[in-house]
Design a protein around this ligand. Structure first.
Ligand SMILES: Nc1nc2c(ncn2[C@@H]2O[C@H](COP(=O)(O)OP(=O)(O)OP(=O)(O)O)[C@@H](O)[C@H]2O)c(=O)[nH]1
Ligand SMILES: [Mg+2]
Length: 433
């Protein structure tokens, strides 16, 4: 049940870097996702934020006046503020001040579904809260994150014993870290098992709401393993910020039996809080381990270029660099662009909802991940029946013949596989040549 949205002001600085229009639009979306309703925007041009009040003196006074006139009691700031900036701004404006980081953390807390995601968000939140504890705030520290969205409590509702709260937060952080470390161990084991499979790993990344999960689901419907109509294999997709917070890895099998792994993960937004990025680092490992990155972009959004920059910056921040990337301009059905359209080896314009687009994307992926494939002929003695079975599970044979010495199979193998099956490879390209 949604309560009536709480009215808020948005405030931001025009500095030399950044694109304020886009950031404010994004901030408004983040606010709306928190059931807040932006009613007015205040901006100021400053080289850098005022260290004690964010805005300059005159602007802060103007804000304080407006708070009274509009009867608004919350201000949402476009940057992460220092604890003292929040304190001072609250004192002079007599409104609750929330910064961008606080907003993002709240949304993540509401969306987190899996155990790992809940713990990761909780850790990031505790780190954020610790230096920002103040007497005027009532934080229900015992509350587990992720249930129903705690939202923002009104100020002044109860004195928190500051020192006690600090200690409680610190010990909770130790506890959460330990739990995460334990879970991480079992996840690592699973990830290692996947890699032992030798399957190429493709990761979907991109801005939140770009359509990553939708692409994943559409490809799964057609190429998912034994999942013709198995809804449980589908991932959650929705028109909202941060629909996905966990990583899902699925195996796809193409009609020619070649296989690869596809992973879907959390989307990005500009100024993603550092401690959140750090907390989600293990979730994002799948992208770090990928052989190929699909950078999904909502090309129907007028700010798509800024969104791409944000994604690229975040990828660098989590250490995903130097990987082959295909840029996937998605949602072309909402634009005038022709689709599917491939330009070069690394750019495709498409609509996740369109079958031809899905095929074109698959072709491009195949070109990248199997580009070191060569056609070879293997001679496998009869007593090595398991090798034939292993190959048959993953490949379509181009030619197969049997004689008294064993099987002769002509097949396309990647470099990794050619090394693996080296002892069976015969010199001839094909038995008929
Ligand atoms: N018209 C159109 N809508 C699309 C397309 N791809 C995705 N959508 C819609 O865009 C919205 C967001 O899609 P998701 O797949 O949840 O986006 P995401 O990138 O996974 O988002 P996060 O999980 O928040 O990072 C959904 O409402 C989709 O139906 C497309 O090609 N065309
Ligand atoms: Mg998603």
């Amino acid at each position: 049940m949604q309560e009536n949205p709480r009215k808020v002001f948005l405030v931001g600085l025009t500095t030399n870097q950044g694109n304020l229009d886009y950031e404010l639009e994004e901030l408004a979306n983040l606010a709306k996702a928190n059931n807040l309703e932006p009613v007015e925007t205040f901006t100021q041009k400053l080289e850098r934020p005022n260290p004690s009040t964010y805005f300059g003196k005159g602007k802060v006074e103007e804000l304080g006046e407006a708070v009274k006139t509009y009867d608004v009691d919350m201000i949402v700031v476009n940057d992460e503020l220092t604890p003292s900036q929040i304190r001072n701004l609250e004192k002079t404006t007599d409104a609750t001040v929330v910064d961008r980081t606080g907003l993002i953390l709240e949304i993540f807390a509401q969306r987190a579904q899996t155990k790992v995601a809940k713990l990761q968000v909780q850790l990031a939140r505790l780190q954020y809260q610790l230096p920002r504890l103040r007497k005027s705030m009532s934080i229900s520290l015992d509350q587990q994150t992720g249930t129903g969205g705690a939202g923002f409590t009104s100020r002044g509702s109860g004195e928190t014993k500051l020192e006690q709260s600090r200690q409680r937060i610190t010990s909770q952080m130790v506890h959460v870290r330990q739990e995460l470390a334990d879970l991480d161990k079992s996840e690592n084991t699973r990830s290692m098992q996947r890699h032992a499979n030798n399957l190429p790993n493709v990761a979907l990344v991109g801005y939140t709401n770009a359509g990553k999960s939708t692409l994943m689901n559409r490809l799964l419907m057609r190429f998912g393993v034994g999942a013709d109509n198995d809804d449980s294999k589908q991932v959650f997709e929705k028109d909202m910020l941060f629909a996905t917070l966990n990583t899902t890895v699925r195996q796809l099998t193409l009609p020619d039996k070649r296989q690869f792994l596809l992973s879907d993960t959390v989307g990005f937004v500009s100024k993603l809080p550092h401690n959140l990025v750090a907390a989600f680092k293990s979730t994002l490992q799948e992208a770090a381990n990928a052989d190929l990155i699909l950078h999904v972009v909502d090309v129907s959004d007028e700010h798509y270029k800024a969104m791409m920059e944000t994604t690229e910056k975040t990828l660098t921040e989590i250490g995903v660099t130097g990987k082959p990337v295909i840029t996937v301009y998605n949602k072309a059905d909402r634009t005038e662009l022709h689709y599917p359209d491939i330009s070069g080896d690394n750019v495709i314009t498409l609509s996740a909802l369109d079958t031809n687009s899905q095929d074109a994307l698959i072709d491009l992926i195949v070109k990248h991940i199997f580009n070191d494939s060569e056609v070879v002929t293997l001679h496998i003695p009869f007593d090595k029946g398991n090798v034939v079975a292993q190959l048959a599970a993953k490949h379509k044979f181009i030619e197969e013949q049997y004689d008294e010495t064993g099987s002769w199979l002509t097949i396309e193998l990647s470099e990794v596989e050619r090394n693996l099956f080296q002892q069976y490879i015969t010199k001839e390209k094909s038995m008929n040549s």
